[in-house]
Ligand binder design. Sequence first.
Ligand SMILES: [Zn+2]
Ligand SMILES: [Zn+2]
Length: 296
Amino acid sequence: MKITMLGTSAAVPDPERADSAIHISIGDKSYLFDCGHGATRQMIKAGIDPTDVNHIFLSHLHYDHISEFPYFLLTTWICDRGLPPVVIGPSGTQSFVDHLFEDGAFAKDIEARAQYPRRQNVEILRPEVRECQPGLIFEDELVSVKACFVEHIPKEISECFGLRLDTKDGKSISFSGDTAPCDAFVELSKGVDVMIHECTFPEEAIEFRKKVKVGTWAHTSPIELGKLASEARAKCLIATHFGSFDSLNPVVQKTMGVHMPQEIMGPHQLDLVEKDIKKSYSGELHLAYDLMEIEL
Ligand SMILES: [Zn+2]
Ligand SMILES: [Zn+2]
């Protein structure tokens, strides 16, 4: 099994990081966790054929986790995808998909392209959507995938899921999506080979955000992440979904200035994040970067 971190950013545009997306290949099968901006291009950079991706799991409906989906499906349609994909996500996923294609935002593009004999297969643009609930959400001959609620967007607005994939030959990965520290996700991740967990802001930025009352606090700090990965006895931890705190780009720094003072931003913050996670977690630790690969 190979995990490729296609996108490792949070919601602010970052020239060094695409938005949330993780590719998992097992044998000749391809699975995608999240489909954030840039995922298709990142797959091609990594030598992954996006027309082979037939199962997409969406952790939640924030745009930094789903905005690539129309581009991904339209692009793989014109690259001769063979099947409509299966999309598994929270309630609201069907409505999201219904507003994109033949009756939605890209209706005219599709009508125009469908004039060509080779593009009359518009059924490719009708994904099978499965809106899921906690528990077993998917199974095929190679893997099973379970989900639990995590703590990010208030449930009455939109449900958010953490995911765990187990292969039939005994390997396991969990992915937190976006969340504050969450007991259900720790439980779901017990003994997992690789835990992929969000770590949106370093401790200093969290303190600053509390003072200026900006945005949601429903994320996990590095110190909290170390504790929960240790509690879950994750053998390996990949911290991801970084809120551009390591960027030196002046536009990114200006944008992120509402979340943390610009003068404390930069790559050294990653060293502080690593140090803070390691206060409680002694397993194998990786701070994600785009196109990072982990073989399992
Ligand atoms: Zn996010
Ligand atoms: Zn989110």
